[in-house]
Design a protein around this ligand. Structure first.
Ligand code: ADP
Ligand code: MG
Ligand code: MG
Length: 893
């Protein structure tokens, strides 16, 4: 392979091979902007280095040739004692990893060439300053010497000669400092600072390769989900000098304001400075307007270069530049990072300036950015006391009293208080507390823990894995940061940053959310300033366009009429999943328990009888809220144990009672029944359609309730559109049995009401067997909905509730997973089953309506997959509906 590319050989689309920095340096060279001559060593060379443990031998030859070319062009030799060529050796991976990897400037300086540099530049001070910078950077990054040792020596020198800043040091001072630095190298490494320019270059290149795998770089990549095996490119760039006196300097700039998106130029400049001095804040910087006063010509050139970059990249760019004695050089550019708000404003501004189309504009923003704009935020101006910082699991800003369990949560919210549920970790038993709480804080678990997943689904703010928080439920205490808090004490959670504050922190509403929920006028009215109004208008334009171009419809997962209304406000075009088991919590749980454990048909019949009117009421309200929109109701699904008393607890209770001779016959019977039905693997046990087939009358009750609710809504003049969905089907026969029963009930209820109830009956595809036999199942199904949560569990054989804490961290570290498959669909595995299911289903029924419900329906990357797989809709939590609309539009644009 070819390991070295001259800047004149590459372009911006080669980021995989040349890294971001290298690809953009090549692009700027290509379009004629002033970039110092140089070349890029590919990421492939880095990968070879990581694989073999040494730099590939061919690389040395290629570097020699590339250096020679520069030398010949400029008529200068690397590290020569006369007019030396110096270079920088700069890391640059595909994805920018700010501050993670290393750069060495002034490579090629040694005891001889420093004199050549002094002579050639006519500036002795500058030459020695460059040399001491080389030893400092090289010592730190290549030789692994603690940077503090150099910083201390510099400070000591400044102190000794009474210099306020480093520019006040004279050539003599710097010369002495170089000696001190060399001594540091000697003491720390037991060797001399390498004098040979080529040795310096080779060592620096290897050090940049090595910096890819430092602890902090790995950590950063894990957090940002950047794969570990990409490797970094290395850029070797002819040095240009911003530290050659007052007509030189260095700066950074944006082609437009990165926070508002307004066109114009924004940047900082520092005269007589090199490299990182501008951002390091060592001296006060000048604005670009002030640069114009200093050097109008360079300023003019800079403006021209920036305009060129904007029209060429058709996006906001940021740059690094250096002026060497009145000559402008560009050292870096990239499409600039921006806040979520700026992303929307910049995108629409570029449309207005005819630089991009609306389709491109929607590709310039992301669902993740939109969701950031929707959450209320803490007022950054307010005083706050930080308690701890942990994983930001579900965004938002929540303030409330600490509660430690469901009972406290219900009691305090019943009294009108806002509460934060604080738990070591959560499990399905905590659901009620989570429903009423404004936020959830756990001391254990990660982004896919129960607390995190459920909170995201419900749109609750959550911070998880706060290890410094010690939750002592027995003592009723929460200990953190040296304080002991109790139930009732107020805390505040920032689910966007993971911060936890003590006491009340004021929250400001998001005007973008107001716009989503109440329309453009309300959104605009909620804006405090013009920038905000501009943002709301930009979001409106982009979402409107996304709605116009997307093929997939967006539905919401909603269990109650209130949730359904909220989803509808946010643009949901139906309900893709109404989980009926949530309707069996609380007091109704006992009725279900009775149905399940009934000793006789009569007993069971009575319990079902009692449930019917309640269910009918649930569905009537739901169908009213979703009038004229498809409403998919899933028949009861959860594993049995969620409805039954805990076996261990019950056994203990009965044993204790026996001891005292006060045992209740009912408890004994219950214990017997619960033991009989106890399952070792409830998630793989009696649930879904299996439960429906096993327990007579349970599905029938629900189907009857749906049918009667439909009749009631029609009689009230409504347009109800329920769809009956059967969970956990693995065989066509299961669906056939339910279907026969359902059709009989629909016919009977319809006839009695003088109407025809031909409601669609379909099923979830959430078992591999269902996906693989989809062509058979489709014979009995009017629609499919992929349950990708269960499909992921059953495809991987992972139990979502267990694997997270057990080994996900290891799997992310060693690269088995790059992201949790419960967050983003595993396209290769689970995705293949989705495709098989779609293909099979439509083989039997070409127009089979197919959607997806479950976490992945709201995940940007997964939405793209579902679009490509040919799905008709995605269904996600109400809060994610706008995000899904945008992402479905982006997928289609
Ligand atoms: P980072 O990715 O951390 O910004 P860079 O490789 O861009 O690291 O370099 C660090 C600093 O050194 C930047 O300010 C850059 O502009 C400056 N620099 C890099 N190469 C040169 C060069 N050849 N001449 C002058 N300054 C340079
Ligand atoms: Mg840089
Ligand atoms: Mg399921």
């Amino acid at each position: 392979a070819k390991f070295v590319f001259r800047f004149s050989e590459g372009d911006k689309d080669q980021k995989d091979l040349l890294g971001g920095k290298g690809a953009n340096l090549a692009e700027m060279t290509k379009i004629g902007l002033p970039v110092p001559p140089g070349f890029t060593i590919t990421t492939e060379a880095c990968r070879a280095y990581m694989r073999d443990g040494h730099v590939p031998p061919e690389l040395r030859v290629e570097v020699t040739m590339a250096i020679r070319e520069i030398e010949d062009t400029l008529g200068r030799r690397l590290g020569d004692f006369h007019e030396p060529l110096l270079v920088s050796v700069r890391s640059g991976a595909k994805f920018s990893m700010p501050g993670m990897m290393e750069t060495v400037l002034n490579v090629g300086l040694n005891d001889a060439s420093v004199k050549g540099l002094a002579e050639f530049s006519g500036d002795e001070r500058f030459a020695w300053d460059s040399y001491r910078r080389l030893i400092q950077m090289f010592g730190k990054t290549v030789l692994d010497i603690d940077g503090e040792l150099f910083a201390e020596a510099l400070e000591a020198k400044k102190g000794a000669v009474g210099a306020a800043t480093d520019v006040d040091l004279s050539a003599e001072d710097l010369k002495a400092l170089v000696e001190t630095y060399k001594q540091v190298v000697r003491e720390e490494c037991g060797r001399e600072f390498p004098q040979h320019p080529r040795e310096q270059l080779d060592m620096a290149i290897e050090a940049v390769f090595g910096s890819w795998n430092t602890e902090r770089a790995r950590l950063y990549r894990r957090r940002e989900r950047i794969p570990n095996d990409l490797g970094t490119a290395v850029n070797v760039v002819t040095m240009v000098f911003g530290n050659l006196g007052e007509t030189s300097g260095t700066g950074v700039a944006f082609t437009r304001d990165p926070s508002t998106g307004h066109s114009g130029v924004y940047g900082d400049y520092l005269a007589n400075a090199q490299g990182e001095d501008v951002v390091a804040g060592i001296r006060n910087t000048l604005t670009l307007a002030e640069l114009e006063g200093l050097d109008a010509r360079s300023y003019g050139e800079l403006m021209q270069a920036m305009r060129r970059l904007e029209t060429h990249y058709r996006d906001l760019c940021d740059i690094e530049f250096t002026i060497e004695r009145g000559k402008l050089w560009l050292l870096q550019t990239r499409v600039g990072k921006r806040t979520a708000g700026a992303a929307f404003r910049v995108a629409t501004q570029l449309v207005d300036e005819n630089l991009i189309t609306m389709n491109e504009a929607i590709s310039r923003v992301s669902g993740a950015q939109l969701s950031q704009l929707l959450f209320p935020q803490f007022d950054g101006e307010a005083d706050r006391t930080l308690l701890t910082r942990a994983m930001a699991a579900s965004p938002g800003a929540a303030v409330g009293e600490i509660v430690l369990d469901n009972a406290q949560a219900l009691e305090r919210t019943g009294a009108g208080a806002k509460v934060i549920l604080v738990r070591r970790e959560t499990n399905p038993d905590d659901l009620q507390g989570m429903i009423v709480a404004d936020g959830v804080l756990t001391s254990r678990g990660g982004k896919t823990s129960h607390a995190a997943v459920v909170a995201r689904g419900m749109g609750r703010t959550a911070v998880v894995g706060a290890e410094e928080v010690d939750v002592d439920r027995g003592a009723g205490e929460v200990r953190v940061a040296g304080r002991t808090l109790h139930a009732g004490d107020v805390i505040a959670l920032d689910g966007t940053t993971g911060e936890v504050f003590l006491g009340e922190v004021p929250v400001v509403d998001s005007p973008v959310m107001r716009y989503i929920a109440e329309g453009l006028d309300a959104g605009l009215a909620a804006c405090g300033d013009d920038a905000m109004r501009e943002l709301v208008l930009a979001v409106d334009r982009i979402l409107t366009h996304a709605d116009a171009v997307r093929r997939m419809r967006v539905r919401a997962n909603a269990d109650t009429a209130a949730d359904a209304r909220r989803a509808r406000e946010r643009g949901a075009e139906g309900i893709g999943l109404c989980r009926t088991e949530h309707q069996f919590l609380g007091e109704r749980r006992e009725l279900v328990e009775a149905v399940v454990l009934a000793g006789s048909d009569d007993e069971r019949g009575a319990a079902l009888e009692a449930l019917l009117p309640r269910q009918r009421q649930d569905f009537t309200e739901l169908l009213e809220a979703m009038d004229s929109l498809p409403t998919t109701i899933r028949l009861i699904d959860p594993p049995l144990h969620e409805f039954l008393p805990d076996l261990t607890e019950l056994a203990v209770k009965v044993a204790v009672a026996k001891e005292r001779g006060q045992v209740e016959p009912r408890d004994v019977a219950l214990l017997e029944a619960v033991s009989r039905m106890h399952e070792a693997n409830p998630m793989l046990g009696l649930r879904g359609v299996r439960l429906g087939l096993k327990i007579p009358g349970l599905f029938a009750l629900q189907i009857r309730a749906i049918a009667e609710a439909t009749v009631a809504r029609r009689q009230a003049g409504g347009d109800p559109r329920p769809e009956i969905m059967v969970p956990l089907v693995g065989s066509v026969r299961e669906l056939q049995i339910v279907r026969e029963e359902a059709e009989a009930i629909l016919a009977e209820v319809g006839e009695a009401a003088g109407t025809v109830l031909d409601l669609p009956i379909g099923c979830m595809i959430e078992l591999p067997r269902a996906a693989l036999t989809a062509h058979r199942i489709a014979e009995e199904a009017d629609f499919f909905s992929f349950g990708t949560n269960d499909l992921t569990q059953t495809t991987w054989g992972f139990s979502r509730d267990d694997v997270e804490g057990a080994f996900f961290a290891d799997y992310l570290e060693n690269g088995v997973l790059t992201i949790s498959p419960f967050e983003t669909l595993d396209g290769d595995g689970v995705g293949a089953l989705v495709v098989a299911g779609v293909t099979g289903g439509r083989q039997t029924k070409p127009n089979l309506h197919i959607g997806v419900c479950g976490e992945h329906g709201g995940d940007p990357e997964s939405i793209r997959f579902f679009h490509t797989a040919g799905l008709d809709y995605v269904s996600c939590s109400p809060f994610r509906v706008p995000v899904a609309r945008l992402e479905a539009g982006r997928a289609a644009a």
